[in-house]
Design a protein around this ligand. Structure first.
Ligand SMILES: Nc1ncnc2c1ncn2[C@@H]1O[C@H](COP(=O)(O)OP(=O)(O)OP(=O)(O)O)[C@@H](O)[C@H]1O
Ligand SMILES: [Mg+2]
Length: 357
């Protein structure tokens, strides 16, 4: 065991299957104890990365380390990791307790000790009362907990989870999300979690790596990923966002269509075009005569469309900089606008992001 090591390190890791580049030269460091999620659409290479960490596949180029040890060709059973898959692969004829004890018995742990350890882990996943039940007689959520217990009982340094909640319905999935998060805090080991569900990644993770077509595009905290995406793909994949063409004029002013706006932080170089990204809920909508605080961006427009969502209204506003989607909470003091109304839209310069590709 290596106290100060990173949990997982990937250095220039490539994985090819014939002509298919499943993973394209990835560098990534996951800290000890982190809840790290790999997020991306189907086929982007998430499972392939997990399988290389677990030792079921080996990199075509580059190398990876787990708990400070270079893995090379180390087989799966000699790595300090365990995997929880989407299909739980439980033994249906065994009881819950036997399923969890199984791995320990295979490692020649004495039966009494294995039983005590398994019981403790079953308590951790809130299945203490169901130890004698056959695993075939469990609900989906309960089976998922057994699968977790089976992985945790081996005390891995790193737990790999491949879309573990994918088979559950929405409500159960949300419950399990908060349970997984508490479990992570309780057991204190590193979780590497694979999902294509943005909400799952945002709610549970310490950091998220967003992937597309084998590439790791951005690695950041959930709020940075959501509020300050650096690439078009990341902005578009997570939630709704306005993306508008902008340019930096030769005198350094920033033009959004016919409107001049302010950015926060370093601007792109003069003469460059870029994409301005801003979330609908980061934009305020006011009457045409209302002034705003100094320092905000404010441009005039006309409401072209309004959609009611119950808890919010969404407006499309046509402006000199393009059409902006604006989301306003439906609070009692919300001033409602109608299609055709003249309005002003405003936003803080630091709530927009500059995307270059
Ligand atoms: N054993 C294999 N042989 C050939 N191609 C493979 C193999 N495993 C994966 N691939 C290909 O590698 C790419 C990445 O696959 P991977 O399973 O890592 O994607 P994923 O992000 O986990 O997708 P999903 O969300 O659908 O599970 C895909 O194009 C896939 O078809
Ligand atoms: Mg997968």
């Amino acid at each position: 065991m290596n106290e100060s090591a990173n949990a997982v390190e990937l250095h220039g890791v490539v994985k090819k299957f014939g002509d298919v580049i499943a993973v394209n030269s990835i560098d990534l460091v996951i800290a000890d104890g982190e809840f790290f999620s790999l997020l991306g659409p189907s086929g982007c290479g998430k499972t392939t990365i997990l399988r290389m960490i677990a030792g079921f596949e080996f990199p075509t180029a580059g190398h990876l380390a787990v708990d400070g040890q270079k893995m090379g060709l180390t087989p799966p059973d000699q790595r300090p990791v365990n995997t929880v898959f989407q299909n739980y692969a439980l033994f249906p004829h065994m009881t819950v307790l036997e399923n969890v004890m199984f791995g320990l018995l295979m490692k020649k742990v004495p039966k009494d000790e294995a039983r005590e350890t398994a019981k403790k882990v079953l308590d951790q996943v809130r299945l203490g009362a169901l130890g004698e039940r056959k695993s075939s007689q469990l609900s989906g959520g309960q089976q998922q907990r057994v699968a977790l217990a089976r992985a945790l009982v081996n005390k891995p340094k790193v737990l790999l989870l491949d879309e573990p909640l994918g088979a559950l319905d929405l409500k159960l999935r949300q419950e399990m999300q908060s349970e997984l998060k508490s479990l992570h805090t309780e057991v204190g080991i590193t979780f590497v979690y694979v999902t294509h569900d943005q909400e799952e990644a945002l709610t549970m993770s310490d950091r998220i790596g967003v992937m597309s077509e084998g590439n790791l595009l951005q690695v950041d905290t959930p709020d940075r990923i959501y509020e300050h995406p650096t690439k078009r793909f990341v902005a578009d994949f997570i939630g709704e966002i306005n993306m508008l063409a902008a340019t930096v004029a030769d005198d350094g002013t920033v033009q959004l269509g016919s409107e001049q706006i302010k950015l926060d932080g370093p601007s792109p170089e003069m003469g460059q075009s870029f994409t301005l990204a801003i979330r609908p809920e980061s934009i305020d909508l006011t009457g045409p005569d209302q002034g705003v605080e100094l320092g905000l961006n404010q441009i005039s427009g006309t409401v072209t469309h309004r959609t009611y969502f119950g808890d919010a209204y969404s407006y499309d506003v046509e402006t000199g900089g393009g059409v902006l989607s604006v989301r306003c909470d439906n609070r009692p003091d919300h001033q409602r606008f109608n299609e055709g109304d003249a309005v002003k839209v405003s936003w803080r310069p630091d709530s927009s992001s500059v995307l270059k590709d």
